[in-house]
Design a protein around this ligand. Structure first.
Ligand SMILES: C[S@@+](CC[C@H](N)C(=O)[O-])C[C@H]1O[C@@H](n2cnc3c(N)ncnc32)[C@H](O)[C@@H]1O
Length: 170
């Protein structure tokens, strides 16, 4: 969802030389917004649905950042990039779509995240601490080798979502 993706990117501090990877990037909205901040780094998106990648590439074609964003077909559990190669990994309303690949997807994100990197997960709706599904989700993330550094519920414009900023555990 474009509004939520824009608000998420606006709220994150992202250095111009960041290497950003969007897992389950859908139509690529977050990467197009991130391109305004990431002027010297890399922007890569992955989605396992070929039609989604096609749409993302079509939307990118008309965008000023065309040529600076790469979008390819891949699921979360098989990211075709080197280990320790991303400073910021995004999963914006995509984690719940990873299905049976969730645990392997988290391991894959942990593999590609460079030292000091952040893994940002966004889920639509939800209030932190209010339900069992939130606790189960945080346990899954922690079991995969992450620590939740920040957890925030955001309601702005017409959208409400929860954002978790995670880092690799020591
Ligand atoms: C609700 S959409 C969100 C898209 C985009 N991140 C956004 O914020 O608009 C969920 C996306 O997750 C993708 N997806 C489904 N299974 C996936 C998997 N195993 N790994 C990564 N992404 C997946 C879907 O194809 C879809 O594009």
């Amino acid at each position: 969802m474009c509004i939520r993706d824009r608000i998420t990117i606006e709220r994150l501090e992202i250095a111009p030389d960041s290497r950003v990877v969007d897992v389950g990037c859908g139509t690529g909205a977050a990467l197009r917004h991130a391109a305004a901040k990431v002027t010297g780094g890399t922007l890569r998106g992955f989605d396992p649905v070929p039609r989604m990648v096609e749409i993302a590439r079509e939307r990118l074609a008309e965008h000023p950042a065309a040529g600076r964003i790469e979008i390819d077909v891949a699921p979360a559990h098989e990211l075709p990039i080197e280990g320790d190669s991303a400073d910021l990994v995004l999963a914006l309303d995509s984690y719940d779509h990873w299905g049976e690949g969730q645990a392997d997807g988290l391991a894959e994100v942990r593999r590609v995240l460079a030292a000091g990197g952040r893994f940002v997960i966004v889920k639509d709706g939800g209030v932190p601490g209010s339900d069992d599904s939130r606790d189960a989700f945080v346990s899954e993330v922690e079991a995969a080798g992450f620590v939740v550094q920040e957890e925030e519920s955001i309601a702005a414009e017409e959208v409400a979502f929860t954002m978790w900023i995670c880092v690799a555990s020591a």
